[in-house]
Write a protein that binds this ligand. Sequence first.
Ligand code: SF4
Ligand code: F3S
Length: 141
Amino acid sequence: MYNEGRCIPKTVRFLMMLRHQRYRIPMPYVVTEACINCKHTDCVEVCPVDCFYEGPNFLVIHPDECIDCNACVPVCPVEAIYADDELPTELEHYAEWNSYLANQWQELGHNITEKKDPLPEAEEWASKEKSEQDILTYEEE
Ligand code: SF4
Ligand code: F3S
């Protein structure tokens, strides 16, 4: 028998399903500007799938490996990590940089899974203006 009080209308069920599906799609996380010349590396210790890759003065997340667990976000002391759908507009281009550099540094074998000391100039750079142009990478062979 139809019980109006307990029945979820079809449209609401449809919206709930869409919402459920949306949250089941893994959302890659992205390392942004604040990491440049700092590299605190607390993030790599908590990542359950070891999807961080290291350059000389920046870390990136491999978008195909990140499982969207959010563990790295609260441990970064400079708040450099965002879910890609929460990136502030001025940092959106870092999603591309993470993807591009993660593939390059993965090929070179620069997966990082253990914490190490931050760069010596981390404190000084924490308050400096920087951009993606400050990211260093390795010479192509
Ligand atoms: Fe790793 Fe989780 Fe951060 Fe993705 S969100 S990089 S899986 S710790
Ligand atoms: Fe960079 Fe923050 Fe990790 S500074 S290395 S994203 S902990």
